[in-house]
Design a protein around this ligand. Structure first.
Ligand SMILES: *Cc1c(COP(=O)(O)O)cnc(C)c1O
Length: 470
């Protein structure tokens, strides 16, 4: 990465040795790992038995490296490492062996079924992942006052709305152009001009379940030499892998469904190699994740803790089957709520009268269902997020909400336990009435994330809480 460094013969020896290692790893990925099914990648990632025996005393689970830093054999190895001429972890703000395995598992899962290569940069949270992904495209190219803008779906997570509208727009004068109907490709197109730096979309969006045609928006972005960044937190790679459909970068709040247990906050940025951008930087284009990891994030410090990396890795091993179960449970709950007399409307992408049902059905598939004994054919799954509106307005919605016994009242999602919130008074409280109207959040909306309980018990809880509304 640092091309000004003078390479001594001693450094060269380390570089050669590591190039041999990198070539061996690339071959292993291409010939072995890329041929595995999704579940096998989720369980093993790049951590394998020979490496474990040689380097980690045979530990069958990825070790948690709490050490702040790495020691080197001599000055040559140190100089080569710090110039990023050899793979290194140096200091845990920059990299760490435990986060390395987390990153590779996510890069491979998001790249599942994709011909090209992907890489990942772990982050301390989903918000840090979003900042990490958008920041490199907002650099000043010519002059300090030049106008810069980006185009993003207005239906997005409340924290994303705050980051874009307050931190970027108000504080740094970088214009965020909100797309209010993301299915309207002309609306996207009209908002792009020569100062646009990237397109950004969340899908399905939290909590409104917005969706758009990824392939069309990716084509539009690329026609303008712009990258498309997708927040695919709600879908997870078990249901949707946007890079296969043309997206350049995927961001995750791994806090959510990827860490179903609810143990901790973490995030990830996964990018295709050789992405599209109008920023003139060859390293950034070639390997975006590595670039942000080694340079930008080294200097900003939004790194993931190694303990958290392994906790999340453990949760991800069973991602596919959990997302399948939680999706099926959500479908049952959605069908119940839709027919309930005290419910004004129920929104779930899996309901065939949802306006985005057909579009999302083209993209949301349970990975490897065709290889699953239980299904033996492609199967649509729509995730564990749904929402519904209680009849009678905000007050009655609170009465219903306070009556829940089994379902937890919390601003969380992706849990193995069912969780509900009222977005207008929680996740989307800060953006005010106008912001909520833009994002499509009515005051009587309840966001419900169905967990892995038996759905009959969740339905019974909803039923008794609705009975309390008079
Ligand atoms: C929660 C969430 C985020 C933010 O992630 P944190 O890990 O809480 O920082 C971003 N996007 C979506 C869709 C989310 O649900």
């Amino acid at each position: 990465m640092n091309d000004d460094v003078v390479i001594t013969p001693g450094m060269q020896q380390y570089i050669d040795k590591n190039n041999t290692y990198l070539a061996k790893r690339a071959k292993y990925i291409k010939n072995v790992v890329k041929k595995w099914k999704f579940d096998t990648i989720a369980v093993h990632g790049l951590y394998e038995v020979n490496e474990a025996i040689e380097d980690y005393q045979g530990a069958i689970i990825e070790p948690i490296f709490m050490s702040t830093s790495q020691a080197y054999r001599d000055s040559d190895e140190m100089a080569a490492a710090l110039a990023y001429k050899i793979p290194t972890w140096c200091y845990s703000r920059i990299a760490n062996p435990s986060t390395y395995y987390y990153e590779w598992t996510l890069a491979l899962l998001e790249g599942y079924g994709f011909e090209g290569e992907t890489s990942c940069c772990s982050t301390s949270s989903g918000m840090a992942a979003i900042m990490t992904a958008v920041q490199p495209f907002l650099v000043i190219k010519k002059d300090v006052c030049e106008p810069r803008n980006f185009v993003a779906t207005s239906q997005c997570y409340g924290g994303t709305f705050q980051q874009f509208s307050i931190r970027l727009m108000q504080e740094r004068n970088i214009e965020c152009r909100w797309v209010t109907d993301a299915t309207d490709i002309d609306e996207w197109a009209k908002k792009i001009d020569k100062n646009t730096r990237f397109l950004y979309g969340e899908l399905p969006s939290n909590p409104q379940l917005g969706f758009f045609d990824i392939e069309k928006v990716a084509d539009l972005a690329h026609a303008h030499s712009l990258p498309l960044i997708i927040d695919a937190t709600i879908a997870t790679p078990a249901l949707l892998r946007p890079i296969r459909h043309g997206a350049d970068i995927v961001v995750h709040s791994a806090t959510k469904t990827l860490t179903t247990s609810g143990f901790g906050i973490c995030g990830a940025v996964i990018a295709r190699k050789n992405l599209v951008t109008n920023i003139d930087d060859d390293q950034l284009k070639a390997d975006f994740s590595l670039h942000v990891k080694y340079l930008q994030n080294r200097d900003f410090g939004p790194n993931l803790h190694p303990m958290q990396a392994v906790m999340t890795l453990n949760d991800m091993r069973t991602l596919r089957s959990k997302v399948d179960l939680m999706s099926r449970n959500t479908m049952k709950v959605a069908l119940f709520l839709k027919k309930h007399p005290k419910v004004e409307s129920a929104q779930y992408l899996g309901l065939d009268d949802h306006p985005l049902h057909d579009l999302s059905s083209r993209y949301m598939w349970l990975v490897d269902a065709e290889h699953d004994e239980q299904y033996g054919k492609p199967v649509n799954r729509y995730g564990h997020l749904m929402s519904f509106c209680v009849k009678g307005g905000a007050e009655k919605t609170r009465v219903f909400f306070d009556g829940l016994n089994r379902i937890w009242r919390a601003t969380d999602l992706g849990r193995i336990k069912s969780v509900a919130t009222i977005p207008a008074i929680s996740t989307h409280q800060q953006q005010g009435e106008e912001g909520r109207a833009l994002a499509g959040i009515p005051p009587n909306m309840v966001r419900l994330c169905v967990g892995a309980e038996h759905p009959d018990d969740i339905i019974a809880d909803l039923d008794q809480a609705l009975a309390g509304v008079r």
